[in-house]
Design a protein around this ligand. Structure first.
Ligand SMILES: Cc1ncc(COP(=O)(O)O)c(C=O)c1O
Length: 342
């Protein structure tokens, strides 16, 4: 049993590990964001956005319902963090989100509403069903619901400017390149702004998936509009690299087979992009964000034949750096009154 306060204190301060590189003059480090209590980098954004809304007096514990359109990790993080702080959560998700992800949201106490959207909600297009549905629910019950809107919420940027960026700088210092995937752009712009303040020569590389992709959490900026949060600081991004589903899944398999790392698909995409960068550089120190681990992706990995069931279990069991976390314990019970998550 752990108290809610203990759980929320464990957001951030995730480890960095070194990875071998295809170029001996280039060193690679990965920041393992699945060490956050609810399993991804989104715990930071959820905590910062809720705390910011509380500070602005927008939320009332025990009364406000948080509603958010999301394709995965934000939903899980919001469900966990918001419940820990005393708010109910309703999540509007595209039906294509993996069954495991939806089950995790529900097991953390969130209500899950499904729409027929693409995997990543199309921000601002006006046709996006997740966003439209969330907005219509808010309109029907004024005063009851609050949508934090991770796509434009400055606290999402600040989460990474105030925590992820400083952690990277204090652990790794003289880095030359930072590489991360883009969903809302919170991670990429928050870390970029901090690192470039410390050393303006650091290059920031954003990773996008192909069109009609299957990489949960990432966004192709041609088929989906640029989120407001990213648009505000687009000039911080020095280069974009596009990765196909096939390249991302091959990297997921390679990391499991050769490094005993059991990663989610977006980490595969980031690793594939880093290989490209490392092989063309004379010298460098690259930091990669590994956003979540592979445990909630069995149905996806099965669909794309990344692993057989036996391989999936084998690599999961034998993985390095895969801590027990709240999400993957059996029978999670959230009991706010007892102040415990068991
Ligand atoms: C697995 C995964 N990788 C990367 C990202 C990108 O994060 P951001 O929204 O900060 O751009 C997300 C966002 O949800 C994610 O879920």
């Amino acid at each position: 049993m752990q108290s809610f306060d203990d759980i929320l204190k464990r957001v951030g301060n995730t480890p960095h590990i070194s990875l071998s590189s295809p170029n001996e003059r280039v060193v690679l480090f990965a920041k393992l964001e699945w060490f956050n209590p609810f399993g991804s980098l989104k715990d930071r954004a959820a905590l910062w956005m809720i705390k910011d809304a509380e500070n602005r007096g927008v939320l009332k514990r025990g009364q406000t319902v948080l509603i958010e359109p999301t394709s995965g990790n934000t939903g899980i993080a919001l469900a966990g963090v918001a419940r820990a702080l005393g708010y109910a959560v309703e999540l509007v998700v595209p039906a294509r989100v993996s069954e495991e992800t939806k089950a995790l949201m529900r097991s953390l106490g969130a209500s899950v509403l499904e729409t027929e959207d693409d995997l990543c909600p199309r921000v601002g297009s006006g046709t996006d069903q997740c966003i439209a549905l969330a907005k219509s629910i808010i309109k029907a019950r004024p005063g009851k619901y609050v949508m934090l809107d991770q796509y434009s919420n400055e606290a999402n940027f600040l989460a990474h400017y105030e925590s992820t960026g400083p952690e990277i700088w204090s652990d790794l210092k003289d880095i030359t390149h930072f590489i991360a995937g883009v969903g809302t752009g919170g991670t990429l712009t928050g870390v970029a702004a901090y690192l470039k303040k410390k050393n303006p020569n650091i290059k920031v590389i954003g990773v996008q998936p192909q069109k009609a992709h299957h990489i949960q959490g990432l966004r192709n900026l041609e088929e989906s509009m640029v989120p407001e949060l990213l648009r505000r600081r687009l000039d911080l991004i020095d280069e974009w690299i596009k990765i196909s589903d096939k390249e991302a899944f091959e990297a997921v398999r390679f990391l499991a087979e050769s490094k005993r790392l059991f990663v989610g698909p977006s980490s595969g995409a980031v690793y594939a992009a880093a290989q490209e960068v490392a092989s063309r550089l004379g010298k460098g120190k690259l930091v990669l964000i590994f956003a979540d681990d592979g445990r909630k992706f069995w149905s996806l990995y099965k669909q794309f034949k990344v692993f057989t069931r036996e391989e999936f279990e084998y690599y999961r069991r034998n993985a390095r750096y895969l801590p027990e976390n709240i999400l993957f314990q059996e029978n999670i019970v959230l009991d706010r009154s007892a102040g415990r998550l068991c």
